[in-house]
Design a binder for this molecule. Sequence first.
Ligand code: E4P
Length: 218
Amino acid sequence: MKFFIDTANLNDIKEAYDLGILDGVTTNPSLMAKEGITGAENIRAHYKAICNIVDNNVSAEVISTDLEGMLKEGRELAKIDPKIVVKYPMTKDGVKAIKRFTTEGIRTNCTLVFTAGQAILAAKAGAAYVSPFIGRLDDISQDGVELIAQIRIIYDNYGFKTEILAASIRHTIHLIKCAEIGTDVVTCPLKVIMDLLNHPLTDSGLAKFLADHKKVNG
Ligand code: E4P
């Protein structure tokens, strides 16, 4: 299973990378705005800075919504670094752009996916990754984790190569359930990655080991 971090914050990306478990980064326009990154040049420079930290798989999302604009912007993003994966929304023009880039050998991530039908279209168009947003489905009382299970079955039925990238992960239970199902990738904020480290019995067990060692060794 690949582990991506869902942020545009360079310190968080460095911290996750230093843990030695990071396979990539997902960003979106909201996450870029949160870092105060504005203007095409600064945005490109920020993506380059992210690419300089990690080994591969940096999803960079287009802002354009029409096919021509999506292709132009996608090509500019792809030029920044070979690690870039161009992120397109699940729209009619988004699917067309994914298909075009697939034939040109440029990797894409189809984002804002909320149904199995959308995931089928993304796979048929040849997206490298499909991003179902499980937390946002939970927010509207639909089962986000169940969507990952549905897509897993469908992709396995037909041997689709598109990797399932479970996104909008809010807590460790989401992540673990997706791993049980067999998602190919998870993307989540640094907090969720760090929360995986924690258990009170680990803390109390370590405190006892150290105390016992100190009793006899001083
Ligand atoms: C994924 O690519 C998205 O950036 C992200 O997971 C959305 O998460 P959110 O629903 O917490 O904003």
